[in-house]
Design a protein around this ligand. Sequence first.
Ligand SMILES: *Cc1c(COP(=O)(O)O)cnc(C)c1O
Length: 513
Amino acid sequence: MSIPGRSAPYPPPATGVPAGPRAHLLTTGNTEQYRQVLAEGIDRVGARIARTARPFTGVTPAALAPTVAAVDLDRPLADATAALDELEDVYLRDAVYFHHPRYLAHLNCPVAIPALLGEAVLTAVNSSLDTWDQSAGGTLIERRLIDWTAQRIGLGPTADGVFTSGGTQSNLHAMLLAREEACAHTTTPRRDLLPRLRILASAAGHFSVQKSATLLGLDDDAVICVPTDADRRMCPAALHAELTRCHRDGLVVMAVVATAGTTDFGSIDPLDAIAARCAAAGVRLHVDAAYGCGLLVSPTRRHLLAGIEHADSVTVDYHKSFFQPVSSSALLVRDGLALRHATYHADYLNPAPLSTGEELPNQVDKSLQTTRRFDALKLWLTLRVMGPDALGELFDEVIDRADGAWRLLAGDSRFEVVTRSALSTVVFRYLPTGPAAVLADDANRHARRALSASGEAVVAGTKVDGSQYLKFTVLNPETTVDDVAHVVDLIAAHAGRYVHERSTAVATPCPVG
Ligand SMILES: *Cc1c(COP(=O)(O)O)cnc(C)c1O
């Protein structure tokens, strides 16, 4: 006699549409609801993108906070349409729009449509790339893209890597591997070695290097700043001097971090010369190419990354210069074995391989994360639809545009420009003449705030040698030189008005009494 319920054939999928709370889950009977709700969301965003006249409304946190605070999260709305209506008020209307040609602030790009398709697919299937048994093909796709990127870099046959949440995580991961490699190559006990470990990076490098050093329990002075030249590139001679000094002082340099595309200046450290110094000193080289990685697909500028192939590890941010939505980043390493430093085994997830040699491709063995998005799918679909050359052409175009902006500002007596970027940033400031020059810092700060408040354009600010500067980061090929010229005039007007008002206030004679 059969056991009830066991011998019965597997029940066919329910044909009815689920009701109650289950109506909101993407399940067999619910694909029409899924299609409708997402299509409505896409329509809203499409309409918003199409009619956005400014990159920003200029809303302040104080003005927007009450709208968000007023939402009662314990009382849901009637349906997705109502939620999207509400979303217009709490988010969509006042969001900062990177697709707008006068968004010129940070390293945010307009996103490739095939990548958005990837985003929709990967979140609906919801693979988790930690283990093969939660992703299958997703794991293989990620591995192909890691191999593809490593090949573009020229890391050689033993290369490997893993997708990460961003450049910060990639850099942290790289520094973890560097610390562990340093520990593995000495008989000095770890507790004695840790305080002596040093990282050499340039002043124009990314702050995540310092943050990583802190997270990794290194000394407060672990990150040593290597001087740069006038173009904000690390000086190989200065690096050599620091390596020698560290060696003399009994310090252990666990890594040199070169930057291929500094966040502010778009400068690319001389990778070949730095790699030669590292090789001579037997020191690990990490290249932070979070920004400059777009050159890997550039049809005309790939040579700017010459020397990157000597790196022991490389950070790439596809969400900076491959037109990918956040998040999409990876860490690549020359020697895949180095990734073992992040390997831990959990009985429930990725038990240690059996003696039978059976081994599954579990990416969690290489990652700092466990549950992990299938971000690689976005890049995959982008490459399959557009191809790498098209991406590279877009990146080339924004570099050309930034150079146009640089020439415009260099020829404008109201402004001073800093170094000419190898990539797509321009650092500059409004420079009042005569006695008003002392107002430069405040005038530039004011101009940036006023511009943002007007919503006409968004630009970034930064400090150069202690003074306040402004920064354009061009990542949108839709940005024209006319857009840039318009923004430059707006900045000059805001800053000029500020200087005028402050000067007349200062010039007003004090009442004598
Ligand atoms: C943006 C950036 C980072 C950090 O990357 P996130 O993706 O923002 O975490 C690291 N290094 C450089 C040079 C960057 O420009």
